[in-house]
Each structure stands twice: as C-alpha cells, then as structure tokens.
Design a protein. Structure first.
Length: 347
C-alpha cells in the first residue's frame, strides 16, 4: 500500500491539562475497518511468492476515548499483528485505520511520525524493547527529542524525573541501565517511555505476560491509574481472558485472524455467545467455590493460518459443528447492546 502524499495533515497540536492532544473528532477515537494482513511466503527457484499467511482477515472494531478494549486469543490468532498494523509498524494488506477522524492508513511518512505521538505501544518483553546500552534517561529522553518536547537539557531532565515518579520509579534510576532492573521495573520504564510523548492511545501488547502474577497486578493497577489520570485509551492485548477481565471495558475475542465475539466485559464473561469464547472462559479459574463452570477441552491445535479451514475457521475444533459451518463463514452478528458474535448458532 503506497499512501498518497499530503492527503492527511498531522493532528492539531493543542494540549489539554493531562498533557495529551485535545479531542478533535466526535466519533470513536480509533476505528479499524476491514483490516487484513497477509504475509507472503517466498520459495521456489526464483524466490517468488508461493503462498501467504492469513494473519488478519477482515478485523473491524472501535475504541472510544478513555476506553480499554481487551483483545484475546491463542498465540498466532493475529492479535499482536493487529496492534502493529494499527500503528503501521507493519503495513496492512487492506483495510483502513482511523484515529480521531484522520486516516492513519493514508498518512505519508511525515504525518505518520507526527501522529505517532498520539499512538504509542508497550511491548511484552520490556528487556528486548529497551536498548541495553542506553541509560533510562537516554531511553526516555530519546522520545522527548524525536518530538522536540523539551527545549533544554534541564527541562528534559525535569520531565524524565516526573515520568519516573509517575510510573513508581525513583529519580535516581535515570542513570542506570535496563539490566539493573527487575522485569516489573523494566515494564515501568517502557510505560514511562510511552507516556513521555503524552499519547492518547496505547497499544499494550501482552504487557504483563512475561511477569510474575503478583507483579502483573501491580502493572495493571498502574495502567488503570494512568488511564484515569491522563484519560488514556488502551488496546490491551493478552492471550489470557483472566488478565483482561479486570482492566477492559469491552473485550474482542480473536480466532485465526478474525474477531469471533466482541462485547462488554461483563456480558462476555457472563453470557458468551460463541463456542470458542465459552471454551476460553471455561479455563479461567472462578474465585467463588460455589460457582462451577464445566471445563471445555478443545481438540487439536489452532489450524495452519496458511490454509485456514473453509466456512467457520473454528469448525474443526467446535463441539457444535453443523454441516453449514464447514461451508459458510458466519458473519459478526449484532446481538444488541454492542454484543456481536460470529456463530451460526445465533441465527
Ligand atoms: Fe461452531 Fe458452527 Fe458456530 Fe463455528 S459457526 S462456532 S463451527 S457452531
């Protein structure tokens, strides 16, 4: 996809008291429409394209200002690719992404760079995403320098101190290197780096998956505090439904490159309408011993995304498969109250 030059202006640089750019557009903050990403597979004598991986196959959703949309699914379902395509760290094959009324997928390089201030990412492995040769001050300072957010060295240092305190670290930590920190502290540095440019949306790509359970809760609490303080929106990607339940307003469940169900967190956990969501939920421990949920064990592995099954992608593993499921792909049907599910059982 080659975006036409100068079709999109960078967002206006008005700053609200929280530090981030003021709202420009009355609709959803983020709108993803029919996003597709196919990775070509090359081979043969001349290295031509011989096949493709269907990483994302027509994903659509919105995220409102101040909202958290959780995205869950097994490894390889396309959730991280979705996050990266939204930020254009990976170029989508088709579909559009709109942020505050501007089409991100049509932005030229200059507009994309300006927009990157408003859309940030936190990665799963904080160690791999932090340059081991840079001090914390350089890591956070780099983000400030790229967007010219400090007019002097003193001002940059003041901002770095403020950011470290905001994420629960000590100002003295700025002189240290990433290897001197624990996993949880490194994730806090990653969060401080993302916050440095006062974003409005943060793609949290499995931000707690690599951390111990007790540390996971601390980082999630921090993200919630920051959301309230700075009115942030999150796209919170995780493979575990129990992680996203607490933090998400709504949850989208992905399977083999498609969203199979999307609903408010409460509705999805109490009244799932897709057999795959039911199976995922059945594996989530329930704190109340009086409540019992029958464990649904899915047979087989996630099918190969190079040749996904025809019809409903889930049919080879679904306990309710009908003849129709093998032929006809179910559409994501509106079930009311912003609850959508893609299953013929809902017809
Ligand atoms: Fe199962 Fe059919 Fe529903 Fe797919 S459409 S989830 S195979 S019942």
């Amino acid at each position: 996809m080659s975006p036409p030059a100068n079709t999109v202006n960078p967002p206006a640089n008005t700053v609200n008291p929280g530090g981030n750019v003021a709202r420009q557009h009355p609709g959803p903050l983020l709108e993803v429409r029919g996003l597709v990403k196919h990775f070509p597979i090359r081979g043969g004598l001349f290295g031509g394209v011989i096949d493709k991986v269907h990483a994302i196959d027509g994903v659509s959703f919105t995220v409102d200002e101040g909202e958290t949309l959780g995205v869950v699914g097994e490894s390889g379902c396309g959730k991280s690719t979705t996050g990266r395509c939204i930020l254009r760290l990976i170029e989508p094959t088709a579909g559009t992404v709109w942020f505050d009324g501007l089409e991100v997928t049509a932005m030229n390089r200059q507009a994309l760079r300006a927009n990157s201030r408003a859309m940030q990412i936190i990665f799963q492995d904080p160690f791999a995403s932090l340059n081991p040769r840079m001090t914390v001050a350089s890591i956070i300072g780099e983000a400030l320098a790229i967007h010219r957010l400090a007019s002097s060295r003193t001002q940059a240092e003041q901002r770095i101190v403020e950011l470290l305190e905001t994420v629960g670290l000590h100002p003295d930590h700025m002189r240290r290197f990433p290897h001197e920190f624990s996993g949880g502290q490194r994730q806090r540095i990653g969060i401080a780096r993302a916050l440095a440019v006062s974003p409005r949306l943060i793609v949290c790509d499995e931000p707690v998956s690599a951390l111990d359970v007790s540390i996971q809760a601390q980082v999630i609490n921090l993200l919630e505090d920051l959301q309230e303080r700075f009115r942030l929106s999150y796209l919170f990607i995780a493979h575990d439904l129990s992680v996203v339940e607490h933090i998400s307003d709504r949850v989208a469940v992905m399977y083999l490159g498609r969203i199979v169900e999307i609903a408010s967190s409460k509705a999805l956990y109490r009244h799932p309408r897709h057999p795959y969501t039911e199976a995922l939920l059945s594996a989530v421990p329930i704190p109340d011993p009086a409540l019992k949920r029958k464990r649904i064990v899915l047979g087989g592995e996630v099918p190969n995304p190079i040749h996904p099954p025809a019809g409903c992608h889930f049919h080879p593993r679904c306990p309710h498969t009908m003849e129709r499921c093998r032929i006809e792909a179910p559409i994501l049907r509106d079930l009311g109250n912003r609850h959508h599910a893609a299953c013929h059982l809902n017809d």
